[in-house]
Design a protein around this ligand. Structure first.
Ligand code: OGA
Ligand code: MN
Length: 283
């Protein structure tokens, strides 16, 4: 019997009594239903190699491959689906992404036309303090908007910036600054309907360089600041405090996440997979 323990906050549940290596269809269906209901699932005490992490992840859909590094290869060459998130430096080179700094609220890769539906993060080395990952429930953030604001943003689209990572560093090949119209990225509705639950959610991506299509840059910033103030003040969040062996799965279509920074003298190592989206975000 799979055990599902909700966090008691607005999202998240801890799942136990799961044999990841031998997951039959009915057990998977239960996990999938719990995921749609709780948005973020945490499986504690796992011992997963990259093959089993990829195999479990693939139950949710096709996987994206990791970005190719400067050396022209995947971080783990025989497992292209695995991305490394880490601050560890080996031979003078970062073995993974995001370093030790804070990562601001975001959803993953919303700056493409079909953003990923899910990401899975597996904790292998965890600092003693810091590095918590926070999640927030964007259904609830939407529902809590003042009615006048809901009405005001119906039909609006927001451009999602593709030039920066969630820790704020500029991706290779992009300029420091663009005009809002020329900012590289994709636009999506501000209010989306989740393709599986049919519930409406606020769809923000990240704040930096975001732009409401068709507005002046100044008006867009005023409106986005108001919406983000509401999201930042929302009580509908929960922090994952990591232990080695935690596997966390989030629904990228109706949550945002952020990460606390941590002391660079400590090591943090996570292996990560990303499940492809199969439908464009739509109202
Ligand atoms: C990510 C991410 C947060 C973390 O992998 O997409 O934002 O806790 N990671 O490392
Ligand atoms: Mn992320």
């Amino acid at each position: 019997m799979i055990k599902i323990e909700p966090t008691g906050e607005s999202l998240g549940a801890t799942i136990s009594n799961v044999d990841m290596a031998n997951l039959d269809q009915s057990a998977f269906d239960e996990i999938h239903a719990a995921w749609l209901e709780h948005l973020v699932l945490r499986f504690r005490g796992q011992t997963l190699d990259d093959t089993s992490l990829a195999a479990f992840s693939r139950r949710f859909g096709k996987l994206d491959n990791a970005p190719i590094g400067r050396g022209g290869d995947y971080p783990i060459p025989d497992r292209p689906e695995i991305t490394i998130i880490s601050n560890i430096i080996e031979d003078g080179k970062a073995i993974g992404g995001l370093g030790n700094s804070e990562a601001v609220w975001h959803s993953d890769m919303t700056y493409v036309d079909m953003p990923p539906k899910a990401s899975l993060l597996y904790g292998m080395e965890i600092p003693n303090t810091g590095g918590d990952t926070w999640f927030c429930n964007m259904y609830r953030v939407y529902e809590d908007l003042p009615e006048a604001m809901k009405t005001r943003i119906v039909g609006l689209r927001c451009k999602h910036d593709s030039t920066r990572t969630s820790s704020g560093s500029l991706r290779t090949g992009f300029a420091e600054q663009y005009s809002p119209e020329e900012q590289p990225g994709e636009d999506h509705p501000l209010i989306v309907r989740h393709p599986e639950t049919s519930r409406q959610a606020l769809y923000l991506g990240r704040r930096r360089n975001a732009y409401i299509v068709g507005m002046s840059a100044a008006d867009s910033d005023v409106l986005l600041d108001e919406i983000w103030d509401h999201a930042n003040a929302s009580p509908h969040s929960w922090a994952q405090k990591w232990a080695v062996g935690d596997l966390v799965l989030w629904d990228n279509r109706c949550t945002m996440h952020r990460r606390d920074g941590f002391d660079d003298a400590e090591r943090r190592l996570m292996h990560r997979t990303q499940v492809q989206g199969d439908i464009r975000p739509a109202t």
